[in-house]
Design a protein around this ligand. Structure first.
Ligand code: GRF
Length: 194
């Protein structure tokens, strides 16, 4: 079992997909901790329901990113976390965590990167009028959605597509793709360790 922490800021539907895939035995990972920067976010309810401990912090109460990332790092080390999995975490990861987890931080983004990085990628794609968007799983570096790409899936933007319908299609793809890609990464890593 690979020990992971999931970082989320919001609804947590991807967190749920990972919890469910692990419960079904399709993802050989143990979610040791959920890290969240927003009080009241629904991802915290999901963590509680699955009996996963969470660490909720208020970023503005710290002098800088390094200060709260140090605290997060301590939590991750205590739980022997091996990978950080970002699932709708709305903050850039700083040097403290990047240096502690080289090539061990993974993110999912709702566009075909390098197109539409940053916030509201779905809105950006709709506004651009492109016929195709998608989902990208990638390693995290210091930039905004710029790290090496691991996997991508296309999602069509059909005539009459609304934000709601496109969001639904993208989420469905994310929930299938993320556990699958993570499972592949963790399997490869275990093979290399053997
Ligand atoms: C997802 O679309 C993910 O790609 C992006 O943030 C969204 C999070 O959704 N990074 P949820 O909180 O997992 O429902």
């Amino acid at each position: 079992m690979t020990k992971i922490a999931v970082f989320a800021s919001g609804h947590g539907s991807n967190l749920q997909a990972l919890i469910d895939a692990a419960a079904r035995g399709e993802l050989a990972a143990q979610i040791r901790l959920v890290v969240c920067d927003r009080p009241g976010a629904y991802c915290l309810t999901r963590a509680s329901q699955a009996r996963i401990p969470y660490f909720m912090f208020y970023p503005h109460k710290y002098p800088n990113k390094a200060a709260y990332e140090e605290l997060i790092l301590r939590q991750l080390r205590e739980r022997e976390v091996e990978y950080i999995v970002l699932a709708g975490y709305m903050r850039l990861i700083g040097p403290t965590l990047l240096e502690a987890f080289p090539q061990r931080i993974i993110n999912i983004h709702p566009s075909l990167l390098p197109s539409f990085p940053g916030k509201d990628a779905i809105g950006q794609a709709l506004a651009a009028g492109v016929p195709l968007t998608g989902v990208t799983v990638h390693y995290v570096d210091e930039g905004m959605d710029t790290g090496p790409i691991i996997a991508q899936r296309q999602v069509s933007i059909d005539p009459g597509e609304t934000r709601e319908s496109l969001e639904q299609k993208i989420h469905a793809v994310e929930h299938e793709l993320y556990p699958k890609v993570l499972q592949e990464i963790f399997t490869k890593r275990r093979e290399n360790l053997d």
